[in-house]
Design a protein around this ligand. Structure first.
Ligand code: PMP
Length: 374
């Protein structure tokens, strides 16, 4: 019993109990708030804005109608994992784990590696949940700044790896919120220098030129993560991790037994039964990304960073003014300006449907006249 608990009178308030037992690093945080988007054009969460094709919708509906909801799901998610292996050509020699979104997989990885002095290392700016999950699990979190062009600072990363000896390094490639994909040579150098696990988070790889998936078997300390969220299935919450089987054996010990529900499992099998629609929609999003990149770059006071993801990072003269101006026009984007010094005046804009993108471009053109360089 710690001293804070021993000294607590039975009449203490909830706040008193909370202060006694909830860890300070948890109490110091703010919960992740999902922005309300009712009635808005939602270009904020890096979803796929395109609707499911009718035939796919019908296939999913039929599959869901058969799910025995009185039973627990298949804890091993065998059919779901088999569907993923087929759809993504995951080699049989590698282990495969599924999670309630890749968010849960990040949590499982850090909870398996947490221990006295264990450290998580990541370049920043990046996906905020690496830091949040590290702190929640009681690990130290150390970051290394990306270069100003959002490429990896390989020397600084290697120096930090030597100094910190991290239990795990998280690399998101393509990265959120920058959109940049890291050079394979940099990723490889980091994997080889790492004394522990490297998680390569390829959440956005369907929109990128290349994936590292085919190379996972080369590295005993690499775990590749992916998700169905960005390609049109954010609502079902399904993420996956691919690594040497030894890693998956350990992660299964910290995984809740029924972490992926039976509706998600059935939907995933139906969604992945035929994958032509996935490639088609990813191609359409890439084409819209190119159109948006060219059109936004022509606006005064707007800088567009190259993206291999389903969103664009743009720098404007005033992120707050443009964000508010878009919101007033019922367009919701993500204001990431406060997240890191390298993101000063930056907004992250998800590629929408062609109609949504037209509305965004018109709104940005109007706002850039007001907020452009003075
Ligand atoms: N990794 C990255 C880099 C992300 O941007 C996101 C979603 N924002 C996730 C993982 C989590 O995805 P999900 O939990 O929906 O699978």
């Amino acid at each position: 019993m710690n001293d804070r608990i021993r000294g607590l009178p039975l009449t203490a308030s909830a706040a008193g109990f909370v202060a006694a037992v909830v860890r300070p690093e948890v109490r110091a945080q703010k919960a992740y708030v999902v922005a309300p988007a009712d009635g808005m054009i939602k270009l904020e969460a890096n979803e796929n804005a395109l609707p499911l094709p009718d035939a796919v919708k019908a296939r999913v509906a039929a599959a869901l109608a058969q799910v025995p909801l009185n039973r627990y799901p298949d804890g091993a998610a065998d059919a779901t994992r088999a569907a993923l292996r087929r759809a993504l050509a995951i080699p049989d020699a590698l282990g495969l784990l599924v999670g309630n979104g890749s968010d849960e997989l990040i949590q499982l990885v850090v909870s398996a590696l947490a221990g006295p002095g264990a450290t998580v290392l990541a370049p920043e700016p990046t996906f905020v949940m690496y830091r949040v999950n590290a702190l929640n699990a009681g690990l130290r979190f150390v970051s290394v700044a990306l270069k100003a062009d959002f490429t990896l600072d390989r020397a600084a990363m290697q120096e930090a790896i030597e100094r910190e000896r991290p239990a795990v390094i998280f690399l998101a490639s393509p990265n959120n919120p920058t959109g940049a994909r890291y050079a394979a040579a940099d990723v490889e150098a980091i994997i080889r220098a790492a004394p522990g696990l490297v998680v390569l988070d390829e959440a956005y790889v369907p929109f990128a030129d290349e994936s590292f998936l085919g190379r996972v078997g080369e590295f005993p300390n690499l775990l590749l993560m992916g998700t169905l969220s960005k390609v049109g299935m954010a609502g079902i919450r399904l993420g996956y991790a691919v690594a040497a089987p030894e890693w998956i054996v350990e992660l299964n010990k910290v995984r809740p037994p029924y972490n992926v529900n039976s509706l998600t499992q059935a939907a995933a099998v139906a969604l992945l039964a035929e994958t032509g629609w996935l490639a088609e929609q990813a191609g359409a999003i890439r084409a819209e990304r190119r159109r948006l990149t060219v059109a936004l770059a022509q606006l005064a006071g707007v800088e567009v960073f190259p993206s291999q993801a389903n969103f664009l990072l743009v720098r404007v003269t005033s992120a707050d003014r443009v964000f508010d101006g878009l919101k007033a026009k019922r367009i919701l984007v993500k204001n990431v300006a406060g997240g890191h010094p390298l993101l000063a005046n930056c907004l992250r804009i998800t590629v929408g449907t062609p109609d949504e993108n037209d509305l965004l471009l018109a709104a940005m053109a109007e706002l850039s006249k007001v907020t452009g360089p003075s």
